[in-house]
Structure formats: C-alpha cells, structure tokens
Design a protein around this ligand. Structure first.
Ligand SMILES: Nc1ncnc2c1ncn2[C@@H]1O[C@H](COP(=O)(O)OP(=O)(O)OP(=O)(O)O)[C@@H](O)[C@H]1O
Ligand SMILES: [Mg+2]
Length: 313
C-alpha cells in the first residue's frame, strides 16, 4: 500500500461547469508541501469542494493541471489515483450494513489484505482516532455523529494514503466535540504526517488546523495563500481582511501558547497549563475576574505566573 506524504501542486487549475457563466475554480495555483495541512477557506459557492474533487477526479479539470509528487492526476489510472487519496466528507458515507471494522477495512480489502491483518489494523486505527476497540463490531447506526466522523477518518487513513482530502469533516458536529476532534486530528497528524487539504467555513478552525491557509474568493480565485500568522498580520486585501474578521489581532493570540512567554515567579491565581493559548489565557482572566494566572506543568505543579499586562504585551 502507499505511504509517506506527497507534494500536491495546483497549476492554473480551472473548472468551468457546462452551462454556467464564469468558472467555479479559476486558474488556481498553489503548492502544498509534503506533510503539511493546507486549509481552503472562503465564501459558500466559492469553489472549495470543486477544487478538492478535481484532485481525486470526481470532477475533471477544464484546463490547467494538478500534480501529486510530480505526476499529473490526468496521467493516472482512476482506481490507482483514488486508492492513494483518503477522502473524508461531512456525511461520512459509511456503509450501513457493514460493521465499523469492515468499513475501516474497505481499502485494505481492495489491496487483498487478509482478514487478520485488517482486524489488527482496524483496532490500531480505532485507538488512533480515540475510539474504544469494542466499536469494531458495532454498526454505523449505533454510533453518534461525532463517532461516525472519527470512523470516517479511520477509514480514510486505513489505506495509508500519502494525501488526504477533507471536506468540512467536522462541519455538522457540536462545538465541544468539534474542538476535541480538531485536537485529536492534530495529534494524529503529528504521528502520521500526511499531506492534507482541509476545507472549512470556520475561520477559527482554519487558523487552528492549517500550516497554510488558502483564502478563495467567489469565482474560485485565490485571494491569499500563506501561513495563518502571515494572513492575520498582513491580509492581502479588503476581501481577506473582512473574511478573517475585525478581531484578527485577537485571533493571532491563539497562535501563541504560554510556553513561548517568560513567566514570573509562582503566584496565586486561577491555574492554567503551559500549552494554553494566549487567547484562552486572556479569556480565563476575564472569566475569573483575575489579574494574574498561576501556570502549571503537566503534573499540575505551579511553575510560574503570568499577568494580564504581560499577556497583552
Ligand atoms: N455539478 C455542478 N454543476 C454545475 N455547477 C456546480 C456543480 N457543482 C458546483 N457547482 C457550482 O460551482 C460553484 C462552486 O461550488 P462548490 O461546491 O465548489 O463551492 P464551495 O466553496 O464548496 O461551497 P460551500 O462552502 O457552500 O460548500 C457554485 O457556484 C456551485 O453552484
Ligand atoms: Mg463545499
């Protein structure tokens, strides 16, 4: 089965749907380096889903090209191409009559993997996405929406594809579970290091998940492609600035954690861990009506403090 991560290049990729005025994706050019997460954000109807589907050829390019590790998607056999790409969508599309284990084993089965191998691999993947191994024998209807979404992710990872396409994978999930899935997805990505193209409507999710963001404007044109930090600090134009929101200075604070700051001596106050973002730390101060936070290590021991003034600086 495939492995590693692949570089993905959109090269003037263009899609015009027949009978529609204007392009859905218009001369889109960008490179996603191997092992990075690129998040596509932009207004509804802007062409994000179309851009993803051009990659696995659920939709064919009108002009331009898309290359995976240097090979054009047009030059590849469709079956081979799709086996090398994990695809996760909002309504997961699990097979209802198959157990979770069988769902996860879909692609490995195509590769002729034996049943025992698939069983072991499913158990590993369930653990990886944070589900108990006992879920293997259940059916999709016996899972919550968030759990099904994890199974969808496990299934997409099962063939060990070098590239993952994720179209609003956490879109229909409540905020608490969504935050947890985002955290788990990031932890997972640190382990498996796939190249990922991730579509979301949620700019906060984009900033949290993305190594790079591609802001797409209506008509499928690229407005800006850069790291979240660069985009928050220097939006390319009014469209981008408006899209990321007037609170972009506050959003930028979510890119830094307390571990990056110089702490004062241990003090009394509401406690927070080193991994907390500066934005969350400020929110905690406001909520607790405090002026100083006690910062703790993994074991919960207070190792220092940080004041409101220091956070704002
Ligand atoms: N099969 C199709 N035939 C014709 N037009 C289509 C087709 N699929 C999408 N479109 C049009 O192409 C444009 C881009 O659609 P697309 O689904 O790529 O947008 P999107 O950015 O994913 O939107 P959303 O955020 O709402 O999911 C829209 O104007 C849409 O109406
Ligand atoms: Mg879409």
């Amino acid at each position: 089965m495939p492995g590693q991560a692949a570089e993905l290049v959109f090269d003037e990729a263009t899609k015009r749907y027949p009978g529609r005025e204007g392009a859905a994706v218009d001369h889109l050019s960008l490179t996603v380096p191997a092992g990075e997460i690129c998040v596509l954000v932009g207004p509804s109807g802007g062409g994000k889903t179309t851009a993803l589907r051009l990659v696995n050829r659920l939709i064919e390019l009108t002009s331009g090209d898309i290359r995976i590790d240097g090979t054009s998607v047009k030059a590849q056999n469709l079956v081979q191409l799709r086996r090398g790409i994990g695809y996760v969508i909002q309504q997961v599309g699990l097979f209802p009559h198959m157990t979770i284990e069988a769902n996860i084993g879909t692609v490995p089965r195509l590769y002729g993997r034996p049943r025992s191998w698939i069983k072991t691999r499913s158990a590993e993947l369930l653990e990886l996405v944070g589900l108990d191994p006992s879920y293997a024998k259940r059916y999709p209807a016996q899972l919550s929406g968030g759990e099904r979404q994890r199974v969808g992710l496990a299934r997409a990872l099962a063939g060990n594809p070098p590239l993952m396409l994720m179209d609003e994978p956490f879109g229909a999930i409540d905020p608490i579970v969504r935050t947890r899935l985002q955290d788990e997805f990031l932890r997972l990505q640190r382990e498996v290091r796939k190249t990922v193209v991730f579509v979301t409507h949620d700019i906060d999710e984009a900033i949290k998940i993305g190594d790079r963001l591609a802001v797409i404007r209506t008509g499928g044109r690229l407005a800006q492609y850069d790291t979240p930090r660069a985009i928050l600090e220097k939006p390319a134009d009014d469209f981008v600035a408006e899209f990321i929101g007037p609170d972009r200075a506050l959003k930028a604070l979510s890119l830094h954690t307390l571990a990056e700051l110089e702490l004062g001596p241990p003090a009394d106050g509401p406690t927070c861990g080193l991994e907390m973002t500066v934005r969350d730390a400020l929110a905690l101060l406001l909520e607790k009506k405090a002026t100083v936070l006690a910062v703790t290590d993994e074991k919960g021991a207070v190792i220092g403090s940080i004041t409101r003034e220091e956070l704002l600086a």
